[in-house]
Design a protein around this ligand. Structure first.
Ligand SMILES: Cc1ncc(COP(=O)(O)O)c(C=O)c1O
Length: 399
């Protein structure tokens, strides 16, 4: 019997309705045509392979739902998380744009991989702030497509994550504030040193490039729809940091399935619930403080305004999860308990599943989220052991 003590909070979004059509104005942020174009590009990259969609039938039975799918992003391009799709793609788009502007020639993926424009790109530097995974993606993209890279990490990013970014040849700079402060520092330095910011979060005056990051994530959603082979989930539980991922999930599935789309539930750490607080206020709200959480990828206090446009009208529920459920959920997946596949899931990957399990143990939450024995739930396991030491210590810990 799966049982652990969790604390959840819930907010229903009064602005979202299942019957509403995808608003036409949101196509400027994310359209199916954009998603198709992005898939055509990324699926041609070396090493591209669709990640697996596991069925976790034993856990589904334990928690009293009909189906449970887990999209496992641990193997994505060997980088360990779905973020490999976003940052690197935006680097590709930026470099292509620079070369085409200067040469007036059409540039292909092969041109970049073969470093045909190495001379022209020698002075180009891409940069961003990260809590780990996005920076790894941008650094990998810079190495793959041939430009320089400077990545900013905040005071709480672990040394293992720092090392993983540096391994792709990036210069890594550690700042002293929280994640949001590192975003501002990267932006200010980019202005001073003429670097191109490739950020996964948008902010006033910087709204174009993050669209391409979000489009990169849709590759994963196209794969999911194909792997589901005609089945439609009733619910999706998705982790929220700045909201880029949730906006891609919501925007893509909304356009693909229309009013049959699943109820979409964002899960955030209690300490970094900027999306839930913004939904409560009806406008983007900043969560101050050190944003400390085990779920490092979700330690964000400021919403991406671009993502907010989709989230504010498309996400049905906002849930927060306490820290105590993270380790048990990682251990549950790693052990393959009850006969399901064994899965390596990092701290930020398990938030969705941990919230689903916790909700299934509370009569009040099952009712609020409309969960019952007919529910078919999709979870996205957004990372593997991206910090192997921390992963191991959480696996070994008994609480
Ligand atoms: C593993 C993981 N899951 C989920 C997220 C949340 O994505 P977003 O910040 O786009 O909401 C992140 C962000 O870094 C992440 O690293």
């Amino acid at each position: 019997m799966i049982a652990w003590h969790s604390r959840l909070s819930h907010l229903a979004n009064p602005r979202a309705s299942k019957e509403a059509e995808y608003p036409a104005e949101l196509e400027a942020i994310l359209s199916m045509a954009d998603a198709e174009e992005t898939y055509a590009e990324i699926s041609a990259w070396p090493g591209y392979e669709a990640t697996q969609l596991h069925q976790l039938s034993a856990i589904a039975e334990q928690i009293g739902i009909a189906r449970l799918w887990y999209k496992d992003e641990a193997q994505r391009f060997g980088l360990g998380s779905f973020k490999a799709l976003g940052g690197a793609y935006a680097v590709f788009v930026e470099l292509k744009r620079i070369i085409e502007k200067q040469t007036r020639e059409a540039v292909s993926i092969e041109d970049l991989i073969d470093k045909r424009y190495a001379e022209l790109l020698a002075s180009v530097v891409v940069s961003c702030a990260t809590d780990g995974n996005h920076g790894r993606s941008v650094a990998w993209g810079a190495q793959l497509f041939g430009c320089r890279c400077v990545i900013y990490i905040h005071r709480d990013v672990s040394p293992a994550r720092e090392k993983a970014i540096a391994a792709y040849g990036a210069d890594v700079i550690r700042t002293c504030g929280n994640y949001d402060a590192s975003v501002r520092q990267a932006a200010a330095d980019a202005k001073a040193f003429d670097r191109i910011i490739v950020s996964d979060t948008s902010y006033p005056g910087y709204m174009e490039t993050p669209k391409f990051v979000t489009r990169g994530y849709t590759v994963m959603l196209k794969e999911i729809v194909e792997e589901l082979d005609g089945e439609i989930p009733t619910h999706v539980f998705i982790q929220g940091g700045v909201g880029g991922l949730a906006s891609a999930v919501c925007g893509y599935l909304w356009q693909h399935w229309g009013e049959k789309r699943p109820r979409t539930i964002i899960v955030e750490p209690e300490t970094a619930n900027c999306l839930q607080q913004s939904a409560r206020a009806g406008t983007p709200i900043t969560v101050e403080g050190d944003l400390e959480t085990l779920m490092a990828g979700l330690a964000c206090g400021e919403v991406s305004p671009l993502a907010w446009q989709i989230i504010s009208v498309g996400i049905n529920d906002f849930v927060t999860l306490d820290e105590g459920s993270v380790g048990p959920c990682m251990r549950l997946l790693a052990s393959g308990a009850y006969g399901d596949t064994k899965i390596i899931a990092g701290e930020s990957a398990v938030a969705g599943l941990a919230a689903l399990i916790a909700a299934s143990q509370s009569g009040e939450m099952t009712q609020k989220l409309g969960l019952d024995n007919q529910s078919r739930v999709l979870i996205i396991g957004t990372e593997g052991a991206t910090d192997p030491e921390r992963y191991q210590s959480l696996l070994n810990s008994a609480d």
